[in-house]
Design a protein around this ligand. Structure first.
Ligand SMILES: *[C@@H]1O[C@H](CO)[C@@H](O)[C@H](O)[C@H]1NC(C)=O
Ligand SMILES: *[C@@H]1O[C@H](CO)[C@@H](O)[C@H](O)[C@H]1NC(C)=O
Ligand SMILES: *[C@@H]1O[C@H](CO)[C@@H](O)[C@H](O)[C@H]1NC(C)=O
Length: 238
């Protein structure tokens, strides 16, 4: 699969299962990604604020070459978030405009964001069926005693915000566990974003397809990241 990351908002409903309480979005919480058909933010464009499983719906399939955006966006070579294919990974700096790297241009066919639909940096988790954030998803901002369709089917995950989340290898918050804090911290103007990218279960030290429940907070002796890690401002380097 090909996969692009853009730090630069989603509620489309394809195989998304959620566990959450509604929050309130703040003024700086506008997550978006504007994709342009030309380099340097020129040509036909479209502003995405929600999940988009098929870019042909907005005449942008295999078309985008540059973008502006805020939030953490996941970009895929195939429709429906690349459930099957292998990946080429492309990263973009958060909160900015820029040309996509050549291998990422004119190839994106679906996109979605990671994090809370309510506030950019609200405490949230996204669990994915495939490695590198591909395929079906289970996401939420509350404890989940089971993961529905993604029971024993999680291969990657993203944690957003300042709370840790604990992931368990059995239902009802039992079994082996590991807690994950955000380990990447960005500040841009008045916008903060904290997140951790876990591209495969090896990074967590858990077997693939073993996660079965989730709890808010750090309730494990095994901890990835740490609370309140330093945020850094964006600079010109990639
Ligand atoms: C994009 O901008 C750069 C720097 O201003 C310029 O050198 C380049 O020619 C531009 N490319 C296009 C396709 O407009
Ligand atoms: C993905 O990559 C692996 C290892 O390179 C390969 O064995 C597999 O066939 C590839 N799968 C697809 C769908 O390309
Ligand atoms: C979780 O615990 C509750 C209450 O103890 C129980 O009713 C439920 O069956 C358990 N769920 C699973 C999937 O074991």
């Amino acid at each position: 699969m090909n996969f692009l990351v853009f730090l630069g908002h989603l509620v489309f409903v394809t195989s998304i299962i959620r566990s959450e309480k509604a929050g309130v979005a703040g003024a700086d919480d506008f997550r978006y990604l504007t994709g342009y058909a030309g380099l340097n933010q020129t040509g036909a464009h479209y502003q995405f604020t929600e999940y988009m499983p098929d870019l042909s719906v907005v005449q942008m399939d295999n078309t985008i070459e540059s973008s502006c955006g805020v939030g953490y966006w996941l970009l895929y070579d195939e429709v429906d978030y690349d459930p099957l294919t292998n990946e080429t990974e492309c990263h973009f700096r958060p909160y900015e405009c820029g040309n996509w790297s050549p291998q990422c241009q004119n190839m994106v066919s679906s996109l979605r964001y990671a994090g809370s639909p309510y506030g950019l940096n609200d405490d949230y988790y996204n669990l994915y069926e495939g490695t590198i954030f591909r395929g079906k998803e289970f996401r939420g901002n509350t404890n989940a005693a089971d993961l529905g369709d993604l029971d024993m089917a999680v291969s990657s995950l993203i944690v957003t915000g300042q709370s840790a989340w604990t992931f368990y290898t059995d239902v009802n918050l039992t079994g082996s566990d590991v807690c994950v804090y955000a380990d990447e911290h960005y500040t841009y103007g008045t916008i903060d974003l904290d997140y951790a990218l876990v591209q495969d279960m090896e990074k967590l030290g858990l077997p693939d397809n073993s996660i079965r429940s989730v709890a808010r907070g750090c309730l494990s002796d095994r901890v990835l990241g740490q609370p309140g890690g330093e945020r850094r401002s964006q600079d010109a380097s990639n």
